[in-house]
Design a protein around this ligand. Sequence first.
Ligand SMILES: C[S@@+](CC[C@H](N)C(=O)[O-])C[C@H]1O[C@@H](n2cnc3c(N)ncnc32)[C@H](O)[C@@H]1O
Length: 268
Amino acid sequence: MTAAFNHTRTYSAKKVAPINDPKSAEKQVNVGDRGMFSELNLEHKYCIKHSSDQPKVISEVFENTYSSVHGARMMISSIQGQTLSMLISLLKPKICLELGCFVGNSALWIADGLAKAFPRPHKKQAAGHLWTCEIDPKTAELATSNISKSDLAEYVTVVNSSGLDFLAKWDKTKQFDFVFIDADKGNYINYYEYIVSNNLLAPNGLIIADNVLFKGQVSKLEATTHYANPSSVSQKIFNFNLHVKNDPRTEQVVLPVFDGMSLISLKK
Ligand SMILES: C[S@@+](CC[C@H](N)C(=O)[O-])C[C@H]1O[C@@H](n2cnc3c(N)ncnc32)[C@H](O)[C@@H]1O
């Protein structure tokens, strides 16, 4: 399923809020930024206020999803999106994979970075591209529609597939330069293992895994001596973090950004 092609960029004009205006931080906080948390603390608001403005098309997907789609809290925050976009614009990854597309919010952030890394005009084959997997057909359709309304559609292909099925069919001669893991938490280890064991991560490739602190519950598990329900999300993420930490093939940094995200690369 390939999203439609559209050339018009719709980025918002750069607005600088008055530094001393106590209401300005509030104004710039998007409902979608709250995501997993009902309230943002002062520091998080400050970070949003002093980071670059979000592209308008992505704010609109945030807002529309919040007002009409069940599970909107699953979306990455704008701070995470800005981080993904900036890393991608600098690393210039050619082959990108996302596991867990939902409505296309994080895919748009990745595409935003790709558009900066591979600005138009470019030969289609020479630009970076994102394949993003979504298991639910209706959600994949919505993602395709959201992305086709943006000017970033040429950088993204939404695939209605489970992540593991997609990987099983992937041409093993093509390595991923960037992978964002944000699908079912019980498969995080399987996604990671499939990619690393099959040599599908490029030598300078980067894997980013989302929700690795899962609402603060994962570090609490470490602090207690008993294990949680093995089927709980926090236990699955706990196992994933430990698995990567103990893997001699890779290095990782676990960042306390929003709900936690890990950056993982092959050991040099
Ligand atoms: C946390 S949400 C993704 C949020 C998205 N990355 C964002 O920030 O905008 C997880 C998504 O993964 C999808 N999903 C669940 N299991 C999956 C699987 N096995 N393969 C692919 N997608 C899956 C869910 O339907 C859901 O839409």
